[in-house]
Design a protein around this ligand. Structure first.
Ligand SMILES: NC(=O)c1ccc[n+]([C@@H]2O[C@H](COP(=O)([O-])OP(=O)(O)OC[C@H]3O[C@@H](n4cnc5c(N)ncnc54)[C@H](OP(=O)(O)O)[C@@H]3O)[C@@H](O)[C@H]2O)c1
Length: 353
């Protein structure tokens, strides 16, 4: 019986829903536009002056730029990452831009104890936390089959998923007290999975589902802003990707490149103004949403596109994401179907180069 009902619904629901959505779309767009206009021009943004904002992953990229945007709004900051020396420089810049106080804490967001420490120290020092901004993350660019060292899998999941969950878990009671907000940096990878980023995409999808569920649980006590975006010039897009037994694969000369301005600053501005306005989502660029429709209604188009882009063997080894670095060393054996050419050793050799 159930089988029959499902068969009938399989047949009826997709076209019926499409018709309903087509009819409802103009009304929904109108309501969204009115809401946006009201929030932008009449509903004053949350005043961040003397509020407390804790940013994880603040030592580079989007996290750093977000710190500057909050600083310009007069917020007190707590900057968290593992490279304390970089945080110190960023802290000075933030103070110059208007942050009254800035705390710098070297911590690993994958360790719950570290998260407890930086949240407790924040509460001891400021007595409150208003916004928790999670930007700590690590990407990768290798085909799943190419990995021989499965130790890297949990590391990628740890940083990209648990590295958001732990700080959130520890900060949540304080965020409830301040009627605060969590800002999460997800990615379009959530609905547009790109080859060579399987684990990163999986972690980001898990992140979205986690926070969408949490949104229901915390109701209006704590706001959640989910930011999704495409590629933006940061350390992440300049070589800081791989992991080798727990340590990031770094191409030093690339990692230390100072990247500023452009889309990254623009996006940080969008995130912070979206968060202060209470927006549930911030998207950049928003046309990427269209891929979501492809994913649902025409997944084959995405599949064919990637197939087309990847048919050339050379292209398979060239990073998608702007490092311009081949994954394998020059002269390394051709990629085998089973067994990996991306072994710990290959990582190590690249690291030394
Ligand atoms: N860049 C893009 O194009 C892009 C696109 C889509 C989504 N995103 C998302 O946007 C966010 C920011 O990305 P980004 O490009 O700015 O990356 P990024 O420049 O590589 O910065 C990542 C930050 O995370 C910190 N971090 C990494 N592991 C950590 C750990 N275990 N504990 C504490 N801190 C850790 C790093 O600092 P330390 O090394 O000093 O710890 C660094 O400050 C990420 O969530 C990313 O997934 C970025």
């Amino acid at each position: 019986m159930m089988d029959l009902i499902n068969r009938v619904l399989n047949f009826i629901m997709p076209p019926a829903s499409l018709v309903m959505l087509t009819l409802a779309w103009p009304t929904l767009t109108f309501i969204n536009t009115c809401e946006w206009l009201y929030n932008t021009y009449f509903n004053s943004h949350q005043d961040m002056e003397n509020k407390v904002v804790l940013i994880t992953g603040a030592s580079s990229g989007i996290g750093e730029q977000i710190a500057y945007q909050y600083a310009k709004r007069g917020a007190n900051l707590v900057l968290v990452a593992r490279r304390e020396n970089r945080l110190r420089g960023i802290s000075e810049n933030a103070r110059r831009l208007g942050a009254p106080h800035v705390l710098v804490m070297a911590a690993d967001v994958v360790k719950e104890d570290d998260c407890r420490r930086f949240i407790n120290e924040t509460i001891n020092y400021y007595g409150r936390v208003d916004h928790l901004v999670n930007t700590a993350s690590l990407g990768h660019t290798f085909y799943f089959e190419e990995a021989t060292d499965s130790n890297v899998f949990p590391i990628l999941m740890d940083i990209n998923f648990w590295g958001n969950v732990y700080p959130t878990y520890v900060a949540l009671p304080y965020l409830r007290e301040s009627n605060g907000r969590i800002v999460v940096n997800a990615s379009v990878e959530n609905w547009l999975p790109l080859p060579r980023m399987s684990l990163y995409a999986a972690a980001k999808s898990a992140l979205i589902n986690f926070y969408e569920t949490l949104r229901f649980e915390v109701k209006d006590d704590v706001g959640i802003t989910l930011a999704t975006h495409g590629w933006i010039g940061t350390e992440m897009t300049r070589g800081k990707f791989m992991v080798e037994e727990g340590a990031e694969m770094q191409w030093k000369e690339e990692r230390e490149v100072h990247v500023s301005g452009g889309p990254m600053e623009e996006f940080a501005k969008l995130i912070v103004s979206g968060a202060c306005r209470g927006d549930p989502y911030v998207k950049y660029p928003s046309w990427y949403d269209i891929f979501f429709l492809y994913r649902i209604f025409a997944p084959k188009v995405l599949y064919w596109t990637f197939q087309f882009l990847l048919t050339n063997g050379g292209a398979r080894r060239t990073s998608f994401i702007g490092t311009g670095r081949p994954l394998l060393l020059e002269g390394s054996p051709p990629r085998r179907h089973v067994g990996s050419s991306v072994s710990s050793q290959a990582f190590q050799q690249q690291k030394i180069e």
